[in-house]
Design a protein around this ligand. Sequence first.
Ligand SMILES: NC(=O)C1=CN([C@@H]2O[C@H](COP(=O)(O)OP(=O)(O)OC[C@H]3O[C@@H](n4cnc5c(N)ncnc54)[C@H](OP(=O)(O)O)[C@@H]3O)[C@@H](O)[C@H]2O)[C@@H](O)CC1
Ligand SMILES: Nc1ncnc2c1ncn2[C@@H]1O[C@H](COP(=O)(O)OP(=O)(O)OP(=O)(O)O)[C@@H](O)[C@H]1O
Ligand SMILES: [Mg+2]
Length: 358
Amino acid sequence: MLGRLNSLIQFRHSPSFSSKVLRRQQFFGTKTLCFVGQDQMSSTLEADAESVLRLVTPSLDLKRHKGQAGKIAVIGGCREYTGAPYFAAISALKIGADLSHVFCTKDAAPVIKSYSPELIVHPLLEESYTVSEEERRKLQEKVVGEVDKWIERFDCLVIGPGLGRDPFLLECVSKIMLLARKFNLPFVVDGDGLFLVTNSIDLVNSYPLAVLTPNVNEYKRLVLKVLNCEVDEENPEDQLRSLAKVLGGVTILKKGRSDLISNGEIVKSVSIYGSPRRCGGQGDILSGSVAVFLSWAQQLISGHESLSENPAILGCIAASGLLRKAASLAFTKHKRSTLTSDIIACLGESLEGICPAS
Ligand SMILES: NC(=O)C1=CN([C@@H]2O[C@H](COP(=O)(O)OP(=O)(O)OC[C@H]3O[C@@H](n4cnc5c(N)ncnc54)[C@H](OP(=O)(O)O)[C@@H]3O)[C@@H](O)[C@H]2O)[C@@H](O)CC1
Ligand SMILES: Nc1ncnc2c1ncn2[C@@H]1O[C@H](COP(=O)(O)OP(=O)(O)OP(=O)(O)O)[C@@H](O)[C@H]1O
Ligand SMILES: [Mg+2]
């Protein structure tokens, strides 16, 4: 059974599971691979998202302490966008992470704090208009130093929701990405983080713990930059595989009517019926969710040395499946008035329907 699972999701184990993760091997305790259904082991394009959700979601246990179910940090939030980082960070908690941080600009912080007392909000980043040329170098060092104090505690970063495109701010964020790579910390790049990465491919190149979650526009820009061509609508799977391969094995979740996922080797799709509402913010839920499921998958795999699945692919399949289930449930309740916060409110019920807490 393990062999067949491995051949379906042929993942390269990153050499970089941190010692922090290894210390937590016991987290998943007695969970076994009988949670993986038969469909998941077939070689079809469509993933069995429910089986993956059951596989990676840890059971609740009174012996566990705060933090073991995941600590996520979102790097995003600026003067214009405060909703996006909030959606990503709160979704992580609603799914089951223990702690969710947001590193945002100084002026976005009080707004994001006011949305929720659950989030730990760091007013750290600054946009060009608040900093003189002379102050910039010193400030950049301060930002990196501050993130450095926290970074080892996180299981995954989400970089980009509502970040904005201020050049100085993006320069600081590129330093944070380099820091994350130094610590072998997985990160999900979304929204304006993808704008940054598309213009500085080296930030993610050949980093197997990077997950990119582009929407239609973001994907178009990435394909143009990296493959120097237009999006191939006829053969999306092959093009996605090539893109991930050229980027040295990063995982890409291409969002759309069906979500397509590849690490340059395999391609999987998630097409569970979601919702016809396309209100903004659903991609932000997805990025926060990928971070949690990726962390859980990493912990699961580190506890089963015989497994060679790629936690990033499992995280993407699980997050996409859950978001679609929650969007569908929210739509049955709210129809045309369905908003992103309604979908977030359905995350728990949707996950409970697939893997009950008790
Ligand atoms: N509440 C908040 O704070 C939120 C903040 N957000 C943050 O905003 C930042 C920018 O992200 P983004 O997604 O708006 O930018 P981008 O990808 O350039 O798209 C812009 C335009 O592209 C088009 N378009 C989109 N999809 C398309 C499709 N399928 N097919 C065809 N066209 C399509 C469409 O253009 P239109 O139809 O108006 O011409 C759309 O308006 C980023 O930081 C993000 O995190 C969001 O997360 C939302 C919630
Ligand atoms: N045409 C579609 N039909 C069904 N589901 C879709 C469709 N497009 C996107 N989705 C779903 O919505 C999720 C978010 O994708 P979307 O393209 O809206 O991201 P986004 O533009 O980054 O969102 P955001 O507004 O948060 O920035 C995807 O994971 C996918 O499951
Ligand atoms: Mg987006």
